[in-house]
Ligand binder design. Structure first.
Ligand code: NAD
Length: 254
């Protein structure tokens, strides 16, 4: 029933979207709680941590080699593209994402807060010089077990690992967005990773309406005015159709 979300969107005044890994499963990227795929070899909660990066970088990069390759080859799905079009039409103010895959920006969304950073950037742990994620990928693909900067320091992806703080200012900006919207739409998140999961709470404290588009249950289901259990990409494409603002890019993209 795309009409129900469209009605909320149309009347919200200001809409902010909060996305998680479920936003990108239709682009072929598994979430953390799926049954199959990427996570069968490694438990991300044990591998993608700051302690593993420093104590056992070979294991960390063995995990990230695959992750970087899969994520940089993925394409935005119909949901990412629909959100970008709704933003261009002035119906969405910003997207706060927990995802590190960069797919919202690649779909054309411009006001995106990447709460956990992005795999499109890497930096050196010694000199802090930045490079792009593709350089990191190339080094790993060439067989480096621990990728190195020219200065000899270790290159790492600019993403928030378990045990690390969020990028400076990102959480504050996200809270400010969530606290000043009329409608917050959660898409594809189990709302179980903190502090990111605090974003919808901030919106509720500011009396925003909460809508949840998520395949599984979340701790905030009882607070939501609308819960949609359909695949997010498919559903958002239908909302876009309902809105009448499709500018033609939906069908041009994969
Ligand atoms: P999560 O794995 O905890 O929850 C994902 C939720 O999305 C689940 O409740 C699932 O039922 C739902 N879902 C899956 N596919 C869906 C679909 N097509 N339509 C609607 N709902 C769908 O993910 P999370 O809440 O984002 O937290 C996990 C952490 O993992 C986050 O920090 C995130 O940054 C990171 N992560 C990111 C990526 C990515 O960048 N693509 C992928 C995996 C994990």
């Amino acid at each position: 029933m795309p009409g129900r979300l469209w009605t909320l969107l149309e009347h919200s005044g200001r809409t902010v979207v909060f996305t998680g890994a479920g936003m990108s499963t239709e682009s072929g990227l598994p979430d953390f709680r799926s049954q199959a795929g990427l996570w069968t070899r490694h438990d991300p909660f044990k591998t993608a941590t700051v302690d593993v990066l420093h104590d056992d970088p070979e294991t960390f990069f063995d995990f990230y080699r695959h992750r970087l390759a899969v994520m940089s080859d993925a394409q935005p799905n119909r949901g990412h593209i629909a959100l970008a079009q709704l933003e261009r039409a002035g119906l969405i103010s910003s997207i706060i994402t927990q995802n590190i895959d960069g797919l919202h920006r690649r779909a054309g969304s411009s006001n995106v807060i990447e709460l956990h950073g992005s795999l499109s950037v890497a930096y050196c742990t010694w000199c802090e010089g930045e490079t792009d994620g593709q350089t990191l990928r190339r080094l790993l693909d060439q067989g480096e077990t621990v990728p190195r900067c020219r200065c000899g320091g270790m290159l790492r992806p600019a993403v928030t690992l378990f045990g690390e703080a969020l990028p400076e200012g990102a959480y504050e900006r996200a809270i400010s967005e969530a606290s000043s919207c009329g409608l917050l739409i959660v898409i594809g998140s189990s709302l179980s990773v903190w502090p990111a999961a605090g974003i919808p709470h901030a919106a509720l404290r500011a009396d925003a309406v909460l809508a949840i588009v998520n395949a599984g249950p979340t701790p905030l289901d009882e607070e939501a005015a609308l819960i949609i259990r359909e695949p997010a990409g498919e559903y958002l494409a239908a909302v876009l159709l309902e809105s009448g603002v499709d500018d033609g890019t939906q069908s041009a993209e994969p």
